[in-house]
Design a protein around this ligand. Structure first.
Ligand SMILES: *Cc1c(COP(=O)(O)O)cnc(C)c1O
Length: 439
């Protein structure tokens, strides 16, 4: 007898009566047959419901003086920006390519916030020219460049200043961004933040709207947001006292954690935002300042559990006394996150759940690189073999957007599921696409 111990990570994943794995009620093998593998599949209904969850949480907690921006680096392609426009979300963009894609999707760029710690003069000129609503300015060189270019173009550019509040989010070192020694932003602790505020107020072509911070990613502890909100409000009060400048907006960044594996909790977004709001409302009152407009910019938590990646198993190598390697037709080129950060993922067979009779495997890709590993210590049904389908769950964030053509491997297509109906959002790359720029 095989007792099946398989808990699904999120409620848009299920098994049908034959045991097959489904996303948004759609069986993965039919999609694999129709579109081929490897395949990125997205549950569009889930993306929309996450947008609504954030929007209503912010509205309930902060009222109309709030904004939700989707940090589009998590998954950036035309259809995503169309969805964000339809859902009335703002967006974060970090490059000319993201701005261009959003524009092609008809996204209103007045609702876009342009991030990056090193915007080139060409980026700045392009973004101002396209009417990008806000720049999130990282440093004083950028401030001078924006001032020069905006003045030359006869514009006044709205900006937020990115500050580092000196908060440790207690997550992975690679994704900590709010510490004093980070490459991002100006530190409050060292006095740089005050200097750059004074500079922003003195320059032509710049309209300072307020302050931004982003403390890291995969944050499950709401205390981290409360701590950074306290530091940011203290700074707003300090600038009001010392420079007579009252910020009208503060942006607390993104970083909400998602459930990649069973051990990860499920965050109650509404509850966390309500408690942040409660704290901020009281604390602003205590400091005697009006509460600025509050923005948050989740990326991962909007799209992560909307996505799965479907692969076909190729070679299975069993090393007696050691472990097994299950090779799939994708790998670090479509999901570099284990190779980069050791990120945990849940990988399941598509046809039926893993029972008692399993083998422990490393699921690896097809690149010429030993580090091309999707996950280690994965339970696969004993005797898994070539031609079977497996799925890596919760790959909606930072997978397609971080994909590469290493080894000239073409990138998989992106297929959206809406109300059980599939449609292509990004077509599969072909060898011609991969060599298209060679002259
Ligand atoms: C990456 C990033 C986000 C989004 O982070 P998630 O962990 O995906 O929510 C938000 N703001 C800034 C500035 C970022 O760099």
């Amino acid at each position: 007898m095989t007792t099946v111990q398989e808990k699904m990570l999120s409620d848009n994943l299920s098994r049908d009566s034959s045991g097959e794995l489904c996303l948004g009620g759609v069986g993965l093998s039919r999609m694999a047959e129709k579109y081929g593998t490897p395949l990125y599949l997205y549950d569009e209904d889930r993306i929309r419901s996450r947008c609504r969850e954030y929007k209503s949480a912010m509205l309930d907690s902060f009222g109309v003086r709030s904004r939700v921006l989707y940090a589009s680096k998590a998954a950036s392609f035309k259809r995503i920006y169309e969805i964000m426009a339809e859902e009335g979300m703002g967006i974060d963009v970090v490059s000319m390519g993201e701005i261009y894609t959003a524009k092609k999707a008809g996204f209103p760029l007045s609702e876009a916030y342009f991030h990056s710690n090193n915007k080139t003069d060409a980026d700045i000129e392009y973004a101002i020219g396209e009417g990008v609503g806000y720049f999130v300015v990282d440093n004083s060189e950028e401030l001078y460049a924006i001032s020069d270019i905006a003045t030359r173009l006869g514009k006044r550019q709205k900006i937020l200043l990115r500050l580092t509040p000196g908060i440790d989010p207690h997550t992975y070192a690679q994704v900590n961004t709010g510490m004093v020694d980070s490459k991002f932003g100006s530190a409050i602790e060292t006095g740089q933040a005050k200097e750059i505020t004074a500079l922003a107020l003195s320059l032509d072509g710049i309209e300072l709207m307020g302050f931004h911070c982003h403390i890291g990613s995969m944050v499950f502890d709401e205390g981290v947001y409360i701590d950074s909100a306290r530091v940011m409000l203290d700074f707003v009060a300090e600038m009001s006292r010392e420079l007579g400048y009252l910020a009208s907006e503060i942006d607390l960044g993104g970083g909400f954690g998602v459930r990649y594996i069973e051990e990860h909790p499920t965050l109650d977004i509404g509850g966390v935002i309500a408690r942040i709001s409660e704290f901020m409302t009281e604390y602003a009152d205590e400091l005697g300042i009006p509460l600025p407009i509050v923005a948050m910019e989740p990326g991962r938590s909007i799209v992560a559990d909307a996505g799965v990646t479907v692969y076909t198993v190729g070679t299975v190598k069993r090393i007696p006394g050691y472990k097994s390697y299950v090779s799939v037709d994708g790998g670090m080129t479509d999901n570099p996150r284990y190779a980069l950060y050791g990120s945990p993922y849940t990988i399941l067979p598509v046809a039926s759940p893993v029972g008692e009779d399993f083998e422990l495997c490393s699921v690896v890709g097809r690149c010429c690189e030993s580090g091309d590993i999707l996950q280690e210590g994965v339970r696969m049904p004993r005797g898994i073999r070539r031609g079977e389908l497996i799925a890596c769950l919760v790959t909606g964030a930072y997978n397609y957007s971080m994909a590469s053509n290493y080894n000239r491997i073409p990138r998989p297509p992106v297929v959206m599921l809406s109300g059980g109906v599939d449609s292509l959002a990004v077509r599969r790359e072909m060898p011609d696409d991969v060599s298209a720029l060679d002259v």
